[in-house]
Design a protein around this ligand. Structure first.
Ligand code: SAM
Length: 77
């Protein structure tokens, strides 16, 4: 991957991505407890939304910094 994301500035610069993503999440028609792979989870803002909706979420991202921020947001069971 040739894009270097600034994990500290991601929310400041790219929060519009979460807004688009929220409307996509509304389209998910799966039972609570379903497994969801959030591929390209970034800082985990939407990963957390998915988890709060009751899905069993796994976030995956190529950026170590963003993935680390994601890990701080979500709960582990
Ligand atoms: C535009 S950001 C979206 C992040 C997040 N889903 C959000 O809503 O803010 C794209 C993310 O995809 C990740 N990404 C891009 N290509 C990837 C790949 N091949 N494997 C894993 N992650 C990838 C980037 O590191 C980045 O965090």
């Amino acid at each position: 991957m040739n894009i270097k994301w600034d994990a500290n500035k991601y929310t400041e610069d790219f929060s519009f991505v979460h807004q688009y993503g929220n409307s996509v999440i509304e389209l998910i028609d799966a039972d609570k407890g379903s497994f969801v792979l959030d591929l390209g989870c970034g800082n985990g803002t939407l990963t957390k939304v998915l988890q709060d909706k009751g899905y069993c979420v796994k976030g995956l991202d190529a950026s170590e910094g963003l993935l680390s921020n994601c890990k701080r947001k979500i709960s582990y069971y």
